[in-house]
Design a binder for this molecule. Structure first.
Ligand code: B12
Length: 468
């Protein structure tokens, strides 16, 4: 049976809660929608991000029924698996004939568990465009989604081909900006500098060749960058169609290929548009040099998160990040001298971490000119190499509570430092960092969004006196 005009609803599950206020655009859903509609004309895809919507997971059934959905695709981070399961249950009850498909980070990492729930007909592993398109095509032929590369099903829980990615990411259409409620993201905190901004998220490359032990690698290790030409075209289209002049670039490792970064920046400097660029997800500091930072600044870079993780060379090795700390420190200083607002992401509480290693990380950051610091307690996600390093008892605790692995959660101090001392050191570190008058003055003078300074002050207060 061939039938066009298929209706598809894809949704990202999660609460719209202030407990974790940051929001970024659901680029995965936006890309799937644009790709499927382009490849199968006549198909219509609706996208819904529950993290910025009044719709609760239980409402997905009603929404799917109202739209007459033939396929309901659901995505979530592992922390929001329960919401995703509830949405699937609601969809199954309301549109029993629809195909219910899981995708996104949780389905990628835990496809077996997702299918064992009995709520899904299929789970897509990793990059979703090609597998999802193949599922839609199979449905149009009246076939079950069996034997499709990168698609697990209850009958075949391990796909024959584990991933099915696009070799040339330039072949993707730009994300479907028209499928989401753009206004909802303007009203919420962006991932960058704690503020409400008229910004758009951007993903300019897929995959990361590094093997950091704590990472759930979604796109694999073969770095697939979009060309500078293609990235510039997306920026220009988002700017001219929707007026965005502020971009959050969320790649895993945007600056892996120096020449590409230079070409993107050169294009912006020479031919515009004039935009501001932020890198809230972290750049690799040891792959930045003076000249590169200068051109990035000239092209509009206002904010960089430096993914420090730890200042202990031993731990850098143990977690397979192998960051060159001297190069990182030099890049932080250079960014500061160029007036770029910056953040340091640190992970604290690694297995075997000692008191002196923890203090060395805090000292590294406190002595550096970064404007914001995060000391996030390491969360041992199942399915990562870090998790494999744990003993049975700690693993069991981690596996029992995936929903509890929330931001800045203190439940898993895996280090050799007793809990109370661990907390005290971090608390004192945060005080030393934020209560430095020179840093405070610089934050006020340099903040790229002065109207968000109050929100920033509230965040720093919470971090020092509540979370810290
Ligand atoms: C931006 C971002 C965020 C944003 C929000 C992201 C969101 N979607 O809600 C913020 C800052 C809020 C965030 C927070 C956290 N994040 Co985060 N984040 C990211 C980041 C850097 C980019 C996401 C993105 O836009 N990707 C680009 C798009 C194109 O990819 P995608 O969304 O994965 O979609 C593709 C596929 O997954 C698939 N797909 C997606 N949806 C669907 C749906 C269907 C039906 C199908 C078939 C396929 C499919 O196809 C898409 C296109 O190929 C990723 C890293 C990464 N490489 O993706 C981490 C990542 C998603 N985050 C991660 C984590 C762990 C967290 C935190 C839990 C960290 C922490 N301990 O605090 C918190 C959660 C806090 C909370 N309580 O909500 C992990 C998730 C692992 C997991 N198993 O859940 C990732 C993968 C990082 C990593 N490499 O480990 N994050």
């Amino acid at each position: 049976m061939t039938r066009d005009g298929l209706k598809i609803l894809i949704a990202q599950a999660g609460p719209d809660s202030n407990r974790y206020p940051f929001r970024s655009h659901p680029l995965g859903l936006m890309s799937l929608a644009a790709y499927v509609e382009r490849e199968i004309p006549g198909t219509s895809v609706d996208a819904l991000d529950m993290k910025v919507s009044d719709a609760r997971p239980g409402d997905i059934g009603r929404i799917a029924a109202e739209r007459g959905a033939d396929i309901v695709g659901l995505s979530a981070l592992t922390v929001h698996w329960e919401e995703m399961a509830e949405a699937a249950r609601a969809a199954r009850a309301a549109v029993p004939g629809a195909l219910i498909v899981a995708g996104g980070p949780h389905a990628t990492c835990f496809s077996g568990r997702v299918l064992d729930s009995g709520l899904f007909d299929a789970a897509v592993l990793g990059e979703g465009e090609k597998p999802f398109l193949n599922i839609v095509r199979a449905r149009m032929r009246g076939e079950r989604p069996e034997g499709i590369p990168a698609v697990a099903t209850p009958q075949r829980p391990v796909p024959d081909v584990p991933r099915d990615v696009l070799d040339d990411p330039d072949a993707l259409p730009f994300p479907a900006w028209n499928k989401i409620n753009l206004e909802a993201y303007r009203r919420r905190c962006s991932f960058s500098v704690m503020g409400r901004r008229n910004h758009m998220s951007l993903f300019t490359s897929r995959a990361c060749p590094f093997e950091c032990a704590y990472c759930h690698n979604i796109f694999g290790h073969k770095f697939r960058p979009r060309s500078a030409h293609n990235v510039l075209a997306e920026i220009r289209a988002a700017h001219s169609l929707h007026g965005f002049s502020d971009f959050d670039i969320l790649d895993d490792v945007f600056n892996l290929r120096r020449s590409r970064v230079i070409n993107i920046c050169r294009g912006l400097i020479d031919d515009g548009p004039k935009i501001s660029m932020a890198f809230p997800n972290g750049l690799r500091g040891d792959l930045l040099d003076d000249e590169l930072l200068e051109i990035m600044r000239e092209a509009g870079t206002t904010f960089i998160s430096f993914a420090v993780e730890t200042a202990s060379p031993r731990l850098q090795k143990k977690i397979h990040k192998n960051l060159n700390l001297d190069k990182l420190a030099a890049a932080i200083r250079k960014a500061d001298s160029l007036g770029i607002f910056s953040n340091a992401y640190c992970m604290v509480g690694f297995p075997t971490e000692t008191e002196s290693e923890l203090k060395s990380t805090i000292r590294f950051v406190a002595k550096s000119p970064v404007n914001i610091a995060h000391f996030l307690t390491v969360t041992p996600f199942e399915g990562t190499r870090l998790y494999e390093m744990l003993d049975e008892e700690t693993r069991a605790r981690a596996a029992r509570a995936p929903g509890d692995m929330r931001y800045e959660d203190r439940a898993f101090n895996l280090s050799d430092i007793p809990d109370s001392k661990f907390r005290r050191i971090i608390h004192l570190g945060l005080m030393r960092f934020y209560l430095n008058p020179f840093r405070a003055a610089k934050i006020i003078l340099r903040h790229p969004q002065p109207k968000n300074l109050l929100a920033f002050a509230r965040m720093a207060f919470n971090r020092i006196f509540i979370n810290g």
